[in-house]
Design a protein around this ligand. Structure first.
Ligand code: S3P
Length: 423
């Protein structure tokens, strides 16, 4: 049972953008309620190496003042830009750095070195960037930037990271850069562009930018609580009868709310209270009450971008539902911090759930109870580890998570927060 109220830390996606887009400003960017994720700390270090000064405000946890010289004042980094485990950092920085007349080298951990980078390298190269990468498609990546020309991209993958990478490159390119995605993706970039004053045009779902002719003025960005972190508590509370939990000031961006829509569609009682806009981002308090068993659901390619990171924890709801959870068109899950399709299927079936892997998804036939008690492998994937911790509370016996340290990649306070609301 989960009870009471909780404010999870700031949104990771939005924090990465706030730190990186601060380089478009000449002046100060005050960021409030930043994510505490290691991923965002890695982004901050990279931006410092490019010339941003970042001061933490000791009196206000999660608040920083960023002093930025503006794009034209960024400097060539003296050494490697290390992105750790963060795909968002390496992809967004590849776009920014391609537009600047400097050379740089990006690398990350073992998982980053396996993630597909051709999706940013190829389009950036067609804009004129000179990029070298291992086998032309993996980190480490070396970039000699500058001299870019804008063009139109109709992306094959629905990726907000790739969209944002190309828009950042477009802000330093000649002519117009337009990016269209096959399905709607999280639109934090557009919203933050609007809030900060970056000119852009939106037409038929595609977004276009031109060279940023003047640095942006100083601004203030308040970051909502991370719905991807809240998702673990939501799923747990929904399935544990007697729960009554309110998650405060959570990002309620329609490009991120699959977890709410899917659980509601399965019959969960979820209410969004105090819906409001904070610095361009929709925010709400989310109250959820334990409903016990839910019904089944089918999720397809058009649904998934709004909750691609939440599929592992949603699968727990599937494994305990009355009916089937069918996930289709989810091949992107194979390219996250781990192959989340294969890993989810092996963890759940080892622990007694009825799940079948498909090339681009899976089918779970829900059971009244799931045995648990067995190994839960993470392959160093933070979201798989937190899903294991929630599985431990929902299954008959706790699962054995092989690595909990990786949770710090997105949510270092996860276990403390879980203790706060456990009845
Ligand atoms: C992110 C977009 C998603 C998501 C990732 C963060 C972002 O990746 O999985 O955790 O901040 O833009 P893709 O856009 O590659 O699907």
């Amino acid at each position: 049972m989960l009870n009471g109220s909780l404010k999870v830390p700031g949104d990771k996606s939005i924090t990465h953008r706030a730190l990186i887009f601060a380089s478009l400003v000449r002046g100060r960017v005050e960021i409030e309620n930043m994510s505490t994720a290691q991923d965002c700390a890695d982004t901050a270090l990279c931006m410092q190496k490019l010339g941003l000064e970042i001061e933490h405000k000791p009196e206000e946890k999660g608040s920083v003042t960023v002093k930025s010289p503006g794009l034209a004042g960024l400097k060539e980094p003296q050494d490697l830009l290390y992105v750790g485990n963060s795909g968002t950092t390496i992809r967004l920085l590849s776009g920014l750095l391609s537009a600047l007349p400097i050379s740089s080298r990006l690398d990350g951990d073992e998982s980053i070195r396996k993630r597909p980078m051709a999706r940013v390298i190829e389009p950036l190269t067609t804009m004129g960037a000179r990029i070298e990468a291992r086998e032309n498609r993996f980190a480490p990546i070396s970039i000699q930037g500058g001299g870019l020309c804008g063009r139109r991209f109709d992306l094959a993958v629905a990726s907000a990271q790739v969209e944002t990478c190309l828009l950042l490159a477009g802000l330093g390119a000649d002519g117009r850069t337009t990016v269209a995605t096959p399905h709607l993706v999280r639109d934090h970039t557009r919203r933050m562009f609007g809030h900060m004053g970056v000119p852009y045009v939106e037409e038929d779902g595609a977004i276009s930018v031109e060279r940023l002719s003047e640095a942006l003025p100083s601004c203030h960005i308040r970051v909502p609580a991370d719905i991807s972190s809240a998702a673990f508590f939501l799923v747990c509370a929904v399935l544990a009868e007697g729960s009554d939990l309110t998650l405060l000031s959570v990002g309620n961006n329609p490009g991120r709310t699959l977890v709410l829509d899917a659980l509601s569609g399965m019959g969960a009682e979820i209410v969004r209270l105090n819906e409001r806009l904070v610095d361009g981002e929709p925010v709400a308090d989310i109250r959820v009450r334990g409903a016990g068993r839910l019904s089944g659901i089918t999720l397809g390619a058009a649904d998934l971008p709004a909750g691609i990171d939440e599929v592992p924890v949603l699968a727990l709801a599937g494994s305990l539902c009355e009916g089937e959870m069918v996930v289709e068109g989810a091949s992107e899950l194979r390219h996250k911090e781990s192959d989340r399709l294969a890993l989810l299927v092996s963890n759940l079936s080892r622990n007694g759930a009825d799940i079948e892997e498909r090339e681009e998804g899976f089918i779970i036939r829900g059971r009244k109870s799931v045995r648990g008690g067995e190994l839960w492998q993470t392959h160093g994937d933070h979201r798989m580890a937190m899903s294991g911790a929630i599985a431990s509370l929902l299954f008959d016996r706790p699962v054995q998570i092989d690595d909990q340290d990786c949770i710090a990649v997105s949510y270092p306070e996860f276990f403390q927060d879980l203790e706060k609301v456990r009845g």
